[in-house]
Design a protein around this ligand. Structure first.
Ligand SMILES: [Fe+2]
Length: 178
């Protein structure tokens, strides 16, 4: 099974279509944060990085009369559900190992519980905790983190550094993609 790279993911038109809505900047910073947290807690970096990069891929239009309506959006939001499905489809299309794609998809589904009628506090696995924490650390009040700009070119440069780390890990620990 080939190693799907973060740079391959960010270059894909589906990623760009949806990540531009929720912010490439937020996705990349959350990924970098997740890699650090994963290293500290012994969580699989490959899973953490990909889940963090794609965690908000399920966001959809939240503008009303050309303006952000965060409160209204939150009421109907199911971005984690949409994102889990979208990311899974994308990863499988790129040739990702099915088990890896499933684990990343579940981490996206559980990266927030704001859309659920109950809390999942203390129920998260270490991987889910890493993605949740990384996202939380990069959040700004009122959803402002979704508006910070980063070009795809800069995103590629930053993600390439994580790819190099993942490929190095793969040489020493071949099970990293599982
Ligand atoms: Fe987020």
């Amino acid at each position: 099974m080939k190693q799907v790279l973060l740079t391959e993911i960010i270059k894909h038109k589906i990623t760009q279509k949806y990540l531009k809505r929720s912010g490439v900047h937020h996705a990349v910073l959350t990924t970098e944060r997740a890699v650090e947290l994963a290293k500290q807690s012994g969580v699989n970096i490959n899973l953490a990085a990909k889940a963090a990069l794609l965690h908000d891929i399920g966001h959809y239009e939240w503008y009303k009369d050309g303006k952000w309506d965060y409160q209204e959006y939150r009421k109907h939001d199911i971005h984690a559900i949409k994102g889990a499905e979208r990311a899974h489809k994308l990863l499988v299309r790129l040739g990702e190992d099915p088990q890896t794609a499933k684990e990343i998809s579940i981490a996206i589904l559980l990266h927030t519980d704001s859309y659920l009628p109950f809390s999942i506090e203390n129920m998260r696995s270490p991987l889910h905790e890493v993605v949740y924490k990384a996202d939380e650390m990069e959040e700004l009040p009122g959803g402002q983190h979704h508006y910070k700009y980063m070009s795809i070119e800069e995103a590629e440069i930053r993600l390439r550094q994580i790819d190099e780390l993942l490929l190095k890990e793969l040489e020493t620990k071949p099970s990293i993609s599982q």
